[in-house]
Ligand binder design. Structure first.
Ligand code: 9WN
Length: 415
């Protein structure tokens, strides 16, 4: 609660003061899920401020920038120059997106106080924007032509340096080649051994610059990074199920959203890897499935009609992820050679993915495991000052502290 107040800025909440001085897309959704218990109105405003930065094509941006803090994070507003791109909103934003968890958050916020939501017309105003957001994914991001959304940058997965991106990223030029180093204001606030490397940043910046230089129009056939991410698409399918509830609450038709969720669930099927026992990311440019088990490949467990639920549960409980015996669920396969217990998305456990797995376990009737994992997340959050991520084996905290979504999701699990 204190963390949520401390990180508050205008109508939204910063992921963390210092390291992340702007508004992030999926962070705001997770923040709203916690905030609704404290102030349903503030939770509505958290989402409304993000929805207010929607582009004309429907995309919800990865970051909404505070111009006053442009020196404090890279790449910022001066890099993206979104105001020069047709269809961008009045506020400066990044052109990329993040996972579509917003409809699920909007539904939770509405249900927290339906009278307040109706009084402010929250759901009526959010509904067309959420429809347009999902419409953007459907019409502009099906780069593989198989009914799934593609991401065009690792940042869009929300799991930036996940080993799932090592293969596709190896084919991306590094902006550092022959040029100056990359700006790393993040390293003023974080230990370099816990952040993505300069080699990764060189490629991240190349991809972001190329996307920007093509006016973020999703029509660049030569873009070097185009991937289907199982988590991004599972979260979209889950968001369609939330949209069915939103539509019903507004007296509309839930059926098209339920059908869409079923289609997305079926479209995920070719991403299942029997060898890994998880879904895996597909590089759309080469057609290859990435042979790495990450927590992203477990998130389809959120979907009720998933044909692979039994296999995913077995993997989650098995040696790769050790649900119940590791302190927390890791972001990467514990048995993999590249598993790194401290570096960002290459091993540590995050509260966002842990919270999502708690929801998935609950949805599948694994109530005791859901309760135990949720309790562990809360204990760890309180004990370590709401750390950004923790060592999944011994619980050592890493990254920044007073991290907003850790506080928000721990609060949600308490109530
Ligand atoms: C780039 C804000 C964001 C999260 C992401 C997390 C991290 C940014 C960064 O921080 O990414 O978007 O600078 O590393 O990976 O999930 O939304 O908390």
């Amino acid at each position: 609660m204190e963390v949520l107040l401390r990180n508050r800025a205008a109508l939204h909440t910063l992921p963390a003061t210092g390291l992340y001085p702007h508004q992030w897309s999926w962070d705001s959704a997770f923040t709203a899920i916690g905030l609704r218990h404290v102030s349903p109105r503030r939770a509505q405003q958290e989402l409304e401020s993000l929805l207010g930065a929607q582009w004309a094509d429907g995309r919800l941006p990865q970051i909404v920038f505070d111009r006053q803090r442009d020196e404090d994070y890279s790449p910022g507003a001066a890099f993206w120059r979104s105001e020069e791109i047709p269809g961008s909103p009045a506020v400066p934003t990044a052109g990329l997106v993040q996972p579509p968890v917003h409809a699920r958050a909007a539904l939770a916020v509405h249900r927290a106080d339906e009278a307040e939501s109706r009084r402010r017309g929250f759901l009526e105003r959010a509904h067309p924007r959420l429809l347009a957001w999902h419409g953007y994914l459907r019409t502009r991001r099906d780069r593989g032509g198989r009914g799934l959304a593609s991401i065009v940058h690792p940042w869009e997965s929300g799991m930036d340096n996940s080993p799932a991106w090592d293969g596709p990223l190896s084919r991306v030029p590094d902006v550092r080649a022959g040029g100056p180093g990359v700006p790393r204001p993040d390293l003023r606030h974080a230990d370099p051994s816990e952040r993505p490397s300069n080699a990764e940043y060189g490629r991240y910046l190349h991809l972001a610059a190329r996307y920007r230089d093509h006016r973020c129009d999703d029509a660049d056939a030569g873009h070097e990074f185009v991937c289907e991410d199982p988590a991004f698409n599972a979260l979209w399918a889950d968001a369609e199920l939330a949209m069915a509830e939103v539509a019903a609450a507004l007296g509309g038709d839930r059926a098209p959203h339920e059908a869409r969720a079923r289609e997305l669930t079926a479209a995920l099927e070719p991403l299942f890897s029997p060898a890994l026992g998880t879904y895996a990311a597909r590089d759309v440019r080469t057609g290859e499935l990435q042979r790495v088990a990450t927590v992203a490949g477990l998130l389809p467990l959120l979907l009720p009609h998933l044909p692979r639920a039994a296999e995913l549960l077995a993997t989650l409980r098995g040696p790769r992820f050790r649900l119940g015996t590791a302190v927390m669920v890791p972001s990467h396969d514990l048995t993999a050679a590249g598993f790194d217990r401290a570096r960002y998305w290459r091993g540590p456990s995050w509260s966002s993915t842990t919270w999502l797995l708690v929801q998935a376990l609950r949805g599948r009737g694994a109530v005791a495991e859901a309760r135990a994992l949720g309790a562990q997340l809360r204990r760890s959050a309180l004990q370590h000052g709401f750390a950004e991520y923790v060592d999944p084996i011994d619980g050592t905290p890493h990254g920044t502290r007073a991290f907003t979504w850790t506080a928000a999701l721990a609060l949600d699990l308490e109530l």
